[in-house]
Every structure is written in structure tokens, then in C-alpha cells.
Design a binder for this molecule. Structure first.
Ligand SMILES: Nc1nc2c(ncn2[C@@H]2O[C@H](COP(=O)(O)OP(=O)(O)OP(=O)(O)O)[C@@H](O)[C@H]2O)c(=O)[nH]1
Ligand SMILES: [Mg+2]
Length: 129
């Protein structure tokens, strides 16, 4: 559930982009950042390896205005898609309010999409380490 700060009159919503490695999660966030550059006056934080793969996460915070006197703040995150970063994905998913599943459009990557979806499912069912 979104974090509501009654004192500051602020609502924080955490949305995580999830999906297989090289599926386009970071590209999605970069696009949002570029496309709404005039409205999003914050920087995107990204931690990448040499090969441009996400090492920890990408983070893009921005405000979307006021609703019923409450400032609404959105935080977009991506997880690292590579299988070996399971523990990091678990951390990034903490306190999530919404998921955007980014599937790879290549037919060849179908199995990887399914594996990633299953990984997400077992995380929410608390059935994986
Ligand atoms: N053709 C094509 N290439 C894309 C698209 N989206 C991303 N790419 C390319 O695919 C590669 C991987 O994209 P990323 O956005 O880094 O993928 P990711 O899901 O963040 O990967 P991880 O960080 O390893 O989990 C990059 O070279 C992108 O330029 C797309 O819609 N079409
Ligand atoms: Mg990435």
C-alpha cells in the first residue's frame, strides 16, 4: 500500500519495473525520463555494469501534483533482470505498490519471460529464497 504521510500531506507510490534481463526495463525508465523531461525535474539514478546491465537498480522519483490536498510522489524502480541478482530483486520489491512487467518481445526469449514471471509469482507467494 502507498505510504501516506499525514503530517506532511504526502503520498508516496512505489512502482517497480520487473522482467527478464535485457528485456528493456532500463530503456523504459530512460524513455519516461526523456519524454517528460520538462515535467520531471529530477535526475534518474542508475547503477550499471560495464556491459550496461543493471547492477542494483534504476530509480526515477517525480511529483505528479496535488490530489485532495495531498502531494503525490511517484517512485519508479527497475530490478536487475539477470538470474544471479535474485537477492537484489527481493530488496527492490520491498514495499512495492505496483508492478510493470516488461516482457522481451523476441520470440526467442519466451522462456526467459515465463521464468521471470514465475520468479515474481514465487516472490509474492513467499515460496522462493
Ligand atoms: N529492438 C529493441 N531493443 C530494445 C528495446 N528496448 C530495449 N532495447 C535494447 O535492449 C538492450 C537491453 O535493454 P535494457 O533496457 O538495458 O534492459 P534491462 O531489462 O534493463 O536489462 P537488465 O538491466 O540486465 O535487467 C539495450 O541494448 C536496449 O537498447 C526495444 O523495444 N526494441
Ligand atoms: Mg536494466
Amino acid at each position: 500500500m502507498a505510504f501516506v504521510n499525514l503530517k506532511e500531506k504526502e503520498i508516496q507510490v512505489k512502482i517497480v519495473y520487473y522482467g527478464p534481463g535485457r528485456g528493456g526495463k532500463t530503456s523504459n525508465l530512460e524513455y519516461v525520463h526523456r519524454k517528460f523531461a520538462k515535467r520531471i525535474n529530477t535526475e534518474m539514478v542508475t547503477v550499471k555494469t560495464h556491459g550496461d546491465r543493471t547492477l542494483f537498480f534504476d530509480f526515477l522519483p517525480f511529483d505528479i501534483g496535488v490530489i485532495n490536498d495531498f502531494k503525490v510522489k511517484i517512485q519508479l524502480y527497475t530490478v536487475p533482470g539477470q538470474i544471479k541478482y535474485n537477492a537484489t530483486r527481493k530488496l527492490v520489491l520491498r514495499g512495492v505498490d505496483g508492478i510493470v512487467f516488461v516482457a522481451d518481445a523476441m520470440v526467442l526469449r519466451r522462456e526467459k519471460n515465463i521464468l521471470s514471471l514465475k520468479n515474481l509469482q514465487c516472490r509474492f507467494r513467499n515460496q522462493c529464497d
